[in-house]
Write a protein that binds this ligand. Structure first.
Ligand code: 5RP
Length: 262
């Protein structure tokens, strides 16, 4: 079955597999959303089933909650957990300071709340998502449906006043209708090309009436685990300033490879 894994799925799998090594018995763990995070949930489920690891998982979306239950993880809400030991999640982009763009999968709001409520955030990724400057990936901004077009206009005015390079904003669609998040909101994707001052933009975006949250994760991520299609894994930690290299194989992916969709 692993013969069918693409190099990108192999990279995601080994990053996920390495990251779940950081989870210890008794921990409360934030469970991210997306295809890389889905690998992590499967790997964690395997540890629960095979090692008897006792953890509580706080999912960041309805689809992650469903998968976590399927693989045997005890799921609780963030309100029940209050504070988490670690959150493991994917990202759409990360830079040299471990600042991120997230929300490509539409779960940025719960993801940001959960990651912020964690002692440690670990991002799992393949190498293609590393950038010098954030912004090539469209920046997701979650807005409430009421008056979203007004919020969009205000947002575009803000981009002009901040002299941001790209200014196109598009409403995320789900086929013929606007995409709706787990919280019942819409997402505006900002096509900025390059974000010169991400910190300033992140703060300014959240001042706009109707904006609930944006996909810039500043100073939240502690560790980045980068997987490669040949099994190599690089773990970088911003607090320790360390880089660790490992190599994993794909044999164990056979047990987990039931359904790649997230
Ligand atoms: O932020 C996210 C979901 O809101 C995801 O973590 C991000 O989009 C990466 O997804 P994938 O692992 O499928 O590439």
């Amino acid at each position: 079955m692993t013969g069918e894994l693409s190099p990108i799925d192999k990279a995601k799998f080994v990053a996920a597999k390495r990251a779940v090594d950081f989870v210890e018995d008794g921990m409360k763990v934030g469970l991210g959303t997306g295809s890389t995070a889905a690998w992590m949930v499967r790997c964690l489920g395997e540890r629960v089933r095979e090692e008897g690891l006792r953890i509580k998982g706080v999912p960041t979306s309805a689809r992650t909650a469903m998968l976590a239950r399927e693989v045997g993880i005890d799921v609780i809400s963030l309100d029940q957990a209050r504070w988490l030991d670690v959150t493991i999640d994917g990202a759409d982009e990360f830079d040299g300071e471990f600042n991120l763009i997230k929300g490509g999968g539409g779960a940025l709001l719960q993801e940001k709340i959960v990651a912020t409520a964690s002692d440690r955030m670990i991002v799992i990724t393949d190498a293609s998502k590393e950038v010098e400057t954030l912004g090539a990936f469209p920046l997701p901004v979650e807005v409430i449906p009421f008056g979203w077009q007004t919020s969009k206009a205000l947002l575009e005015e803000l981009l002009i006043s901040l002299d941001v390079m790209g200014r196109e904003t598009t409403l995320r669609m789900n086929g013929a209708v606007a995409y709706v998040t787990d919280e019942g909101n819409h997402i505006l994707d900002l096509h900025l090309n390059r974000i010169g001052n991400a910190r300033q933009l992140a703060m300014a975006l959240n001042q706009i009436p109707g904006v609930v949250e944006n996909g810039l994760f500043m100073d939240i991520c502690d560790t980045v685990v980068i997987g490669y299609g040949d099994g190599r894994v690089e773990t970088r930690d911003i607090n320790e300033g360390s880089v660790q290299h490992d190599r994993l194989d794909f044999v164990e992916a056979d047990n987990l490879f039931t359904d790649l969709s997230d």
